[in-house]
Design a protein around this ligand. Sequence first.
Ligand SMILES: *[C@@H]1O[C@H](CO)[C@@H](O)[C@H](O)[C@H]1NC(C)=O
Ligand SMILES: *[C@@H]1O[C@H](CO)[C@@H](O)[C@H](O)[C@H]1NC(C)=O
Ligand SMILES: *[C@@H]1O[C@H](CO)[C@@H](O)[C@H](O)[C@H]1NC(C)=O
Ligand SMILES: *[C@@H]1O[C@H](CO)[C@@H](O)[C@H](O)[C@H]1NC(C)=O
Ligand SMILES: *[C@@H]1O[C@H](CO)[C@@H](O)[C@H](O)[C@H]1NC(C)=O
Ligand SMILES: *[C@@H]1O[C@H](CO)[C@@H](O)[C@H](O)[C@H]1NC(C)=O
Ligand SMILES: *[C@@H]1O[C@H](CO)[C@@H](O)[C@H](O)[C@H]1NC(C)=O
Ligand SMILES: *[C@@H]1O[C@H](CO)[C@@H](O)[C@H](O)[C@H]1NC(C)=O
Ligand SMILES: *[C@@H]1O[C@H](CO)[C@@H](O)[C@H](O)[C@H]1NC(C)=O
Ligand SMILES: *[C@@H]1O[C@H](CO)[C@@H](O)[C@H](O)[C@H]1NC(C)=O
Ligand SMILES: *[C@@H]1O[C@H](CO)[C@@H](O)[C@H](O)[C@H]1NC(C)=O
Ligand SMILES: *[C@@H]1O[C@H](CO)[C@@H](O)[C@H](O)[C@H]1NC(C)=O
Length: 411
Amino acid sequence: MRTSGLLFAISLAVTVSAWDRICAVRPLGGGRDDGPSINNAFKECSENAAIILDSYYSVNTLLLAEGLSHVDIVLSGTVQYTPNIAYWSPNSLYMAYQNATTFWFLSGDHIHLYGGGTVDGNGQVWWDTYANNQDSGTAGGSSTTFARPVPLTVGNASNVIVEDITEIGSPFWNNFVYQSTNVTYRNINISSVSYSSNAAVNSDGWDIYRSSYVTITDSTVHNDDDCVSFKPNSTNIVVTNMWCNGSHGISVGSLGQYAGETDIVANVYVSNITMLNAENGARIKVFGGNPEPNSTAGGGTGYVQNITFENFYVHNVDNPVLIDQCYDTSASVCAEYPSNLTISDVHYINITGTSSGAEGSVVVSLECSDECQDITATGTHLSAPNGTATYICENIASTAELDFNCTAPST
Ligand SMILES: *[C@@H]1O[C@H](CO)[C@@H](O)[C@H](O)[C@H]1NC(C)=O
Ligand SMILES: *[C@@H]1O[C@H](CO)[C@@H](O)[C@H](O)[C@H]1NC(C)=O
Ligand SMILES: *[C@@H]1O[C@H](CO)[C@@H](O)[C@H](O)[C@H]1NC(C)=O
Ligand SMILES: *[C@@H]1O[C@H](CO)[C@@H](O)[C@H](O)[C@H]1NC(C)=O
Ligand SMILES: *[C@@H]1O[C@H](CO)[C@@H](O)[C@H](O)[C@H]1NC(C)=O
Ligand SMILES: *[C@@H]1O[C@H](CO)[C@@H](O)[C@H](O)[C@H]1NC(C)=O
Ligand SMILES: *[C@@H]1O[C@H](CO)[C@@H](O)[C@H](O)[C@H]1NC(C)=O
Ligand SMILES: *[C@@H]1O[C@H](CO)[C@@H](O)[C@H](O)[C@H]1NC(C)=O
Ligand SMILES: *[C@@H]1O[C@H](CO)[C@@H](O)[C@H](O)[C@H]1NC(C)=O
Ligand SMILES: *[C@@H]1O[C@H](CO)[C@@H](O)[C@H](O)[C@H]1NC(C)=O
Ligand SMILES: *[C@@H]1O[C@H](CO)[C@@H](O)[C@H](O)[C@H]1NC(C)=O
Ligand SMILES: *[C@@H]1O[C@H](CO)[C@@H](O)[C@H](O)[C@H]1NC(C)=O
């Protein structure tokens, strides 16, 4: 393996006794693929070890780190994926949910990824190709024929910390937390901003799926889709001290997309958020019902429960507070088939700021198709740039614990 540029500086173990082994990955240079060398490090240094990524690496091979145990990955350099769509679309790792695939599957127990370095997804080529292709899945999913990979997936993992990392140019979601527990992200700066007229589509900061005990804190996101999104079976989640610009908000969902599936999002605490120039602020999106037994556009069951949004500041946001339980569902279908995915125990505390005016004077819209239970709001101080702020409520079991006056739905 030394021929592929891997160094074993085992003698360093004397000075840094925390590790049995250190793998420093030497880049090949000249645009050659460093993926195989990095994968070798994941194999050679998979236990009680450190992997040093302190250079610029060009990666044109799926990064697969499986079964790591007590491993530090010190990324002070840059991992840049090639914009080689012909290779990546079929060869990135497929994870089924919304056809998501990844460039890097990071898996195991007690993993610490840090170091001040950068993960570069080379997104511009993907966004520009997408704009002329539009080959996407349903509800913003990826597609099996034009798969846009996630730059960093923490998958099938436990007890992971990712901190002090910059992420730029993601072709799809920036981070995917997949079938994992106890994962913390801290001091992550994300920028997925297009330099052409083509948007950085589906550039969510984080998506969490089938995972619990996930914390995201002290981070910034510049993007063009959700800042953080809690997908099916996200439980015990804490998101604090975030600065999000240009996003689609901090979103529960979308949920209930697949008939016959049960989606749960519960025990979520979101606090100290600055949300600027966004489509949404604090959002819950759930599909309506659907009569088709195999529907992939609504009809799922489950629940959203115990969700708190606190100390949430919005500026120039279209929908500062939004519950939509007819997401991506026509009003007529939703009226006939209300959602079977219930929403309860949702609390808004100290939501302040100004909307964009894109929805006229509406600053809060709580639109349930089934009845939503135990929704409360205190310390709401939202204004609209034109006219007195208005609040829309539909199918809310009780409005007694909302500190604003609801008007009937607009339609
Ligand atoms: C997955 O990709 C296929 C092929 O493009 C597409 O038909 C399907 O709708 C996608 N599924 C989802 C859930 O996005
Ligand atoms: C993740 O775990 C699931 C369930 O144990 C397994 O089926 C799947 O192959 C794993 N994925 C990877 C990439 O290891
Ligand atoms: C969560 O993971 C961190 C980092 O590995 C660890 O220090 C902590 O003890 C874990 N928490 C629990 C409850 O296992
Ligand atoms: C992220 O940006 C903040 C300033 O917004 C900066 O203080 C911090 O050092 C940056 N973190 C990284 C990992 O570069
Ligand atoms: C709120 O988050 C910001 C970063 O967006 C941070 O600077 C500030 O210290 C946080 N406030 C509290 C009370 O933690
Ligand atoms: C979510 O969890 C529930 C309860 O464990 C399970 O029945 C359901 O299949 C899970 N849904 C998904 C999408 O994993
Ligand atoms: C509600 O969720 C928060 C945040 O995860 C958690 O701390 C709290 O224990 C949950 N409450 C209940 C009753 O489960
Ligand atoms: C629904 O899916 C099941 C199993 O995948 C299949 O047997 C059935 O024919 C499908 N039904 C319809 C109406 O497509
Ligand atoms: C309300 O939230 C803002 C941050 O959005 C914070 O600065 C302020 O202290 C909070 N007010 C209260 C009463 O907690
Ligand atoms: C969905 O709700 C309808 C009533 O709106 C009910 O007839 C149906 O059985 C429910 N389906 C499931 C899978 O719970
Ligand atoms: C409110 O103002 C915004 C811009 O400030 C404008 O885009 C919007 O059309 C206005 N809406 C109404 C209902 O006047
Ligand atoms: C709600 O309306 C009632 C009756 O018109 C009024 O007394 C009250 O001040 C209003 N509350 C708010 C928060 O605007």
